[in-house]
Design a protein around this ligand. Structure first.
Ligand code: GRF
Length: 267
């Protein structure tokens, strides 16, 4: 019998994905429990869903950090364990063609918020961190402090498009406006890029002539709840393995997720 996993969640909005995971934990479809819900938005409706279940919640004011850095970046005290140059080197979120000063300011503000986030999270040990509609990208500073096992990442995101198409904040909108005949959603582990990490699962739906942006969003969201639940449960059952293969030219390929029929390491 595998023991229950502890799941931390970050959200920004309505929290219907969070609700799906909460329900799946309650019904036993996921062998786990949500141990905290954090948000960058104090009014996120999803926080109410967590409070109703007596789950600890907290808010991190990303905007306040970015305002303070914007005013006087030189007077800011950086997190003591931050190596900004290494973060800038590792990150694939923003093109290095961006103005260097802007890039530094962005990552100073981002890592300050993340240091505060990590401090809050430290009170609630967790096995898996889910991004359930969390509208902030994560820097290598944060990711490296969560992914402590080099073999198994543990930050999982749900994205509203069939990745690698349409990364970014408006996956369904981009899919619809492009005129795609099929839409989809993806669950993936988070890496140093934008929605670029190893794909765990995907679901698709047809887009008909009669569909509108609204109906596309609705169709997609409904699939997300089931997909996210399935992927979180695969993690809980220890049935996900990261595979790093080499191409014919000996270049490492993009890491893949293999879904195992049996748990990787039975407990
Ligand atoms: C979902 O469409 C998710 O894919 C995206 O943000 C939306 C969050 O919806 N990242 P909800 O807050 O879970 O209802």
């Amino acid at each position: 019998m595998i023991s229950q996993i502890r799941i931390g969640a970050l959200i920004s909005g309505t929290g219907t994905n969070l609700q799906a995971i909460l329900d799946a934990c309650d019904s036993g479809r996921i062998n786990g429990q949500i141990c905290f819900v954090g948000s960058d938005n104090p009014n996120a409706a999803g926080l109410k869903r967590a409070r109703l279940k007596n789950i600890p919640v907290f808010f991190i004011d990303y905007k306040a950090f970015s305002d303070s850095v914007g005013k006087d970046p030189d007077s800011i005290e950086l997190p003591p364990d931050l190596d900004l140059d290494s973060v800038l080197e590792k990150q694939h979120l923003i093109s290095n063609h961006q103005e260097p000063k802007w890039l530094r300011r962005f990552f100073i503000s981002r890592t300050l918020a993340e240091a505060a986030l990590l401090e809050k999270m430290a009170a609630y040990p967790f096995d898996l961190l889910i991004l359930a509609g969390f509208m902030r990208t994560l820097s290598p500073y944060f990711i490296d402090r969560v992914n402590t096992d080099p073999k198994m990442p543990r930050i999982m995101n749900i994205h509203p498009s069939l990745l690698p198409a349409f990364p970014g904040t408006d996956g369904y909108g981009d899919t619809y406006r492009y005129g795609c005949k099929v839409g989809g959603c993806t669950v993936h582990f988070v890496d140093y890029g934008e929605d670029s990490g190893p794909i765990i699962g995907q679901k698709t739906f047809p887009i008909e002539e009669t569909d509108t942006l609204e109906t596309v969003r609705k169709k997609g969201l409904q699939l997300e709840w089931d997909l996210f639940t399935t992927c979180v449960n695969l993690f809980a059952e220890k049935r996900l393995e990261i595979v790093r293969e080499f191409s014919e030219t000996d270049q490492p390929e993009h890491p893949k997720v293999r879904i195992l029929p049996e748990p990787l390491c039975p407990v």
